[in-house]
Structures are given as C-alpha cells and as structure tokens.
Design a protein around this ligand. Structure first.
Ligand SMILES: C[S@@+](CC[C@H](N)C(=O)[O-])C[C@H]1O[C@@H](n2cnc3c(N)ncnc32)[C@H](O)[C@@H]1O
Length: 251
C-alpha cells in the first residue's frame, strides 16, 4: 500500500518523552515510517492477515471486515486490494487525523472501487455510537494494548457478538512474558531491532517513556484467556517474534 513516507524523528525531541504518546496529527504524519521501523516483520504480519482474509472470505457473498484501530487504513486496504468479492470494509479509530489519512489512502486506491469502504470515529473505551453490522472477519492490530485494561474483556465480548457464527478474529499485540528474565531478554532483542531500524538510543528511551502510561501489554496467555472468556471457542498464536504476537480466534 502506498502511504506518506515522512521520516519519524518525533522522539529526537526530548520533550516528547515527557508527554504520554498519542495519535495526533504529528504522529499521523510519520506513522507509516514509525510502524515499519518499530514493528518487527510488520509487512510479513500484514501478509499473514491478508492471506488469512482471502482464504476465509473468498467463498462468502458480500463479506464484511471490521478493523478496530485502523490508523492509516493499511490492513483494510491490503485486504480490499486482494479480495475479489465485493465486500464491506469498516475501519474504526478515535483519531480524526488517522481517519482522514485512511480516507485519502483508500480513495487513491483504485482496486477498492468494488468495495463499500467506511471510516468511522469511535473511542473503543466507550459504547459504540453506531451499531456494527454482522462481520466475517475482525482485525485488531496493535490496538488492544492501548485500551484500558478494565475495558478489554467487555470490548472483546462486543466484538465476538458482532462476528458471524463462523467468523474469525486476528489480534496482534506487543506481549510480555510470564517471567522477568525472558521479558528483559525479549526487550533487549527489540532494542537491537530498533537500533538496526535507525533509531538512536535517545529516541528509543524517549519513546519508551512516552508509552509507559498508555501502552499496557499482557502475556500471550492472558490475551488468549481474554478471548476465551469473551466467548471464542478457539484462540491460538499463529506468529511470534520475541515480544510481538499474532493470535487467531474463532467464534
Ligand atoms: C498502533 S496503532 C494501530 C496500527 C494499525 N492497526 C495498523 O496495523 O496499521 C493503534 C491505533 O489505535 C487507535 N486507538 C488507540 N486507542 C484507541 C481508542 N481508545 N479508541 C479507538 N482507537 C484507539 C490509535 O488512534 C491508533 O490509530
């Protein structure tokens, strides 16, 4: 998918470490570069999601996909580009600047013409302001970790209710491990990844500080348990790179 490729230099600024990380216009402007340089195997994760979507949806008539925390629209645009069946694609996010950019990116993409595409503003910590249609696939990529811990089970229950009886859910999260040694070891590998991606020690430190109060990761098992408690009959990891995990759930 083609999006803006402004270089992420936000955390070169010392002051950015002092305020909680947020998804405003300045983050939106550099977000494509930020994701690609901060999420190991981001493109591969997108490929896994698109392949799963094509496999699950190609036999359905007018399938619906909802992406919770859609940011620039990348996940839905990738799915919509590959899926030949006319589909309904709905992206939810609470950041107006992200939604504006998602709209621009999807309008630019000619292969989405056959689909119905909607970008909707929704704070996932609050009740839904619009009823969501029954959906065949729901994705939530690196977003549950930003939802207040006490709201996660309730949100997953709503999401489970929205799915068709054979619907599936793909969850991608930054994860921690059960013990401190492994968590620290994975964190060190992640630090090496970010250094290789061109971030300086200062940038890594400032961003970590800014994320401390807003990004709360759980363990892989805690996430799987949440899915089971929300009603999913099956939930299993399908990809892991140190502290990043992709989980597939089935209604
Ligand atoms: C790490 S980004 C997601 C990346 C995106 N899914 C992708 O793979 O391209 C997290 C997104 O969740 C959104 N978000 C965070 N908290 C939210 C909330 N309470 N309600 C709705 N969206 C939220 C942010 O605005 C941001 O766009």
């Amino acid at each position: 998918m083609e999006t803006m490729t402004n270089k992420d230099t936000l955390f070169l600024n010392e002051k950015m470490g002092e305020i909680p990380f947020n998804f405003d216009q300045s983050t939106t402007n550099v977000f494509d570069d930020m994701l690609n340089r901060s999420v190991p195997f981001y493109q591969e994760i997108q490929n896994i999601i698109t392949e799963t979507a094509v496999q699950h949806l190609s036999q359905k008539k007018q399938p619906t996909v909802i992406d919770f925390g859609c940011s620039l629209g990348t996940t839905l645009i990738n799915i919509g580009t590959e899926i030949q069946t006319p589909s309904t694609l709905i992206g939810l996010d609470y950041s107006p600047s992200m939604l504006d950019e998602a709209k621009t990116n999807s309008t630019r993409n000619k292969s989405l013409i056959k689909h119905t595409v909607k970008w909707m503003e929704q704070d996932l910590n609050k009740d839904f302001s619009h009823p969501l249609p029954e959906s065949n696939l729901i994705t939530m990529i690196l977003t549950l970790q930003f939802i207040k811990k006490e709201n996660r089970l309730g949100l997953l229950k709503k999401l489970h209710k929205t799915l068709a009886s054979d619907g599936i859910f793909i969850l991608v999260e930054k994860t921690i491990e059960k013990d401190k040694w492994t968590t620290d070891y994975f964190e060190k590998e992640y630090y090496k990844f970010k250094t290789k991606s061109g971030y300086s020690e200062k940038e890594i430190k400032n961003k970590k500080k800014a994320l401390k109060t807003v990004l709360t990761p759980l363990t892989k098992d805690e996430n799987i348990n949440l899915l089971k408690c929300a009603g999913f009959s099956l939930a299993a990891p399908i990809f892991q790179w140190y502290n990043f995990t992709v989980i597939l759930g089935k209604k």
